[in-house]
Design a protein around this ligand. Structure first.
Ligand SMILES: C[S@@+](CC[C@H](N)C(=O)[O-])C[C@H]1O[C@@H](n2cnc3c(N)ncnc32)[C@H](O)[C@@H]1O
Length: 484
C-alpha cells in the first residue's frame, strides 16, 4: 500500500490531528473518549500465573474541571469555529455555567471539528459514550457533522457491573453513528440471528428455523447485546475501559473495507487497532498516556507475532522520545509519563500508584522464571529522571533485601557517579541454580542514553510475565512476513 505504515501516536489528539493527519484521509473513526464519569480508573494488571497483582495505576483521570485552560479553549472555539458550534457552546454555557460538564464539552468540541476535517467524504464516525453526557454530545455531533448526516444511535446492552435498588440498572452505552455524506458512505449490511419465535414457540427456541433447518438471519438492528470484557475474559488486558473486540468488529466491518484507514483518537489499550489489524485495515491510534502506548505495543506483539512468523503489519510509534534531548523534554513535561516510557524501554510492568506515591520504593518490575518450581522472581526497577547519588543505590539495595529480589535495576537519565557504580558492583552476582554457567550483576545501573542505543538489562529471560498476554491470532496468509 505505497509504503504506508500504521501509526501509533503518543500525545494529545488535538495537537496530533492538527499536526499530522491530512484532511479527508480517514475512512472510519471510532472514538471512545473519557465519559466525564468522575471516576478515576485504575489499571489492575494480571500476573501471567493468574493471580491479581496489587499494582494499581491511574490510567487516566476522567475528570474535567473548569479552569484557565477550559476558558481559553472556550474562547478559541467561539472565536474561530463555525457559527453553529459557537452558538451551541454559548447556549451550553448559559445552561450549565462553568462546571465540569461544560469543561468536558469544551474539550470535545475542537476535537470533533478536527475529526470532521480528516474524515473522507465517504467516511463515517462512531462516537461511543454513555448517558452521563450523551444528550449533550449528540447536539455537538449535530453541530459539527450535520443533523442530516446522523445515521444511528446504537445501544450497546451488557449485563456486567454493579446493581442498585434505587433505580433501574444502567446497563447500556450509546454509539452515535454519523456519515459525512449518507449517500456515498461505505456501508456493508450485516446480519444477525433472528429472535422471533416462529416455529417452536417461547419455551423451545429463541431462533427462527427455515425449511432447511437453518436459523434465519435478519438485518442487524441498532441495539446490540454483547458481553462487556469480564474479569475472566481471555481478551482482558486489565485496562479499565477496554471495549470488547466483537463491538469493534461490527463497526469496522460495517463501515470500512479491507485496506481502508481507521482512526481511533482515544485508543486506550488498542481494541480498535487490534481488530483493524485482524481485519486487514490500516490504522492510526492516538493516546495521551505511555501506559496505553506500552499496552498496545505488547498487545499487538502478543497477538500477531508468533515464534518464527510475524503477522503484524509495519507500524511506527510517533511522539515517544528517540534521543536523549526528547527524553529530557518528556521528563520535564511529566515525571509519570517519563517513568512509564522508561519502564517500556525494558519491557517492565509499572508497579506504583500515581496518587498514593511510590510503591515502597519500586517503580516497576519484570517477572521471570528460572527454575521448575513455578514460582516467579522479580527484577525490581527504579526510574530516576533527576540528579542521582549513592544514597539511591543504597536505598534500592534496602528494598531489594526486603523484597528478596535477586536483581535490581536503576534506570537513570543522569550519568551515575563513581561511588554509585562501586556500590552497585559490590552487590555481586546472581547465579541461577538451574543455569550454573550464567551469572547476572545483582545491581544494574543503566542510563536512558544506553537504553536508547540498544543496551539491555541482564536477567534470566526464561519466561516473561510482564503485561498480561493477549491471545494469539491468525490472519490473512498474504500478510505474513517472515522474521527469521
Ligand atoms: C475510555 S478510554 C478508551 C478505551 C479504548 N476504547 C479501549 O478499548 O481500550 C479513553 C482513552 O483516552 C485517552 N485520552 C484522554 N484524553 C486524551 C487526549 N486528549 N488525547 C489522546 N488520548 C486521550 C486516555 O488515556 C484513555 O486511554
Amino acid at each position: 500500500m505505497n509504503g504506508w505504515k500504521n501509526q501509533l501516536y503518543y500525545g494529545d489528539n488535538l495537537q496530533i490531528l492538527r499536526e499530522y493527519v491530512t484532511s479527508e484521509s480517514i475512512d472510519l473513526i471510532y472514538l471512545d473518549p473519557p465519559f466525564n464519569s468522575k471516576a478515576t480508573y485504575n489499571v489492575l494488571f494480571d500476573e501471567q500465573n493468574g493471580t491479581k497483582s496489587k499494582a494499581q495505576i491511574i490510567a487516566f483521570d476522567d475528570t474535567w474541571h473548569w479552569n484557565q485552560e477550559a476558558e481559553e479553549s472556550y474562547y478559541e472555539t467561539i472565536k474561530n469555529e463555525p457559527k453553529k458550534l459557537a452558538d451551541l457552546l454559548e447556549a451550553f454555557r448559559m445552561f450549565l455555567g462553568q462546571n465540569d460538564m461544560m469543561a468536558y464539552l469544551t474539550m470535545m468540541a475542537p476535537r470533533l471539528l478536527e475529526l470532521y476535517r480528516v474524515l473522507k467524504p465517504t467516511g463515517s464516525i462512531y462516537l461511543h459514550c454513555d448517558p452521563t453526557a450523551s444528550h449533550y454530545l449528540k447536539l455537538l455531533m449535530d453541530a459539527v457533522f450535520g443533523q442530516k448526516n446522523f445515521q444511528n444511535e446504537i445501544i450497546w446492552c451488557y449485563k456486567s457491573g454493579g446493581a442498585t435498588k434505587k433505580r433501574f440498572g444502567r446497563k447500556h452505552d450509546i454509539l452515535f453513528f454519523y456519515s459525512k455524506n449518507p449517500d456515498s458512505k461505505t456501508f456493508n449490511t450485516q446480519k444477525e440471528k433472528s429472535y422471533m419465535m416462529h416455529k417452536y414457540g417461547f419455551a423451545k427456541s429463541n431462533f427462527q428455523e427455515d425449511e432447511k433447518g437453518q436459523y434465519s438471519w435478519v438485518i442487524m438492528k441498532d441495539w446490540w447485546e454483547l458481553p462487556s470484557v469480564g474479569s475472566a475474559d481471555k481478551q482482558r488486558l486489565g485496562y479499565p475501559t477496554q471495549k470488547p473486540e466483537k463491538l469493534l468488529e461490527r463497526i469496522i466491518k460495517a463501515s470500512s473495507n479491507k485496506g481502508d484507514i481507521i482512526l481511533d483518537p482515544f485508543c486506550g489499550c488498542g481494541t480498535t487497532i487490534s481488530v483493524a489489524e485482524q481485519l486487514s485495515r490500516r490504522w492510526i491510534g492516538i493516546d495521551i498516556t505511555y501506559l496505553a502506548i506500552n499496552l498496545i505495543k505488547n498487545r499487538l506483539h502478543d497477538t500477531y507475532v508468533h515464534e518464527f512468523i510475524s503477522k503484524l503489519s509495519d507500524y511506527e510509534v510517533i511522539g515517544d522520545p528517540k534521543d536523549l534531548n526528547s527524553a529530557y523534554a518528556l521528563a520535564n513535561e511529566s515525571r509519570y509519563q517519563f517513568e512509564w516510557w522508561a519502564l517500556g524501554l525494558v519491557d517492565a510492568r509499572p508497579a506504583n500508584d500515581q496518587k498514593k506515591g511510590a510503591d515502597a520504593g519500586i517503580d516497576g518490575h519484570i517477572i521471570f522464571f528460572d527454575d521448575n518450581s513455578g514460582k516467579s522472581k522479580r527484577v525490581i526497577i527504579q526510574v530516576k529522571s533527576g540528579k542521582v547519588n549513592v544514597s539511591h543505590v543504597r536505598d534500592l539495595k534496602g528494598v531489594m533485601e526486603r523484597e528478596r529480589s535477586p536483581i535490581a535495576a536503576l534506570l537513570t537519565l543522569e550519568e551515575p557517579t563513581k561511588p554509585m557504580l562501586t556500590e552497585a558492583a559490590v552487590t555481586g552476582f546472581y547465579e541461577p541454580e538451574f543455569f550454573p554457567n550464567k551469572r547476572y550483576p545483582r545491581f544494574q545501573i543503566i542510563t536512558i542514553e544506553k537504553l536508547l542505543s540498544g543496551e539491555k538489562l541482564k536477567y534470566p529471560e526464561f519466561s516473561l510475565a510482564t503485561f498480561k498476554k493477549a491471545k494469539k491470532k491468525t490472519k490473512d496468509k498474504a500478510k505474513q512476513t517472515k522474521i527469521f
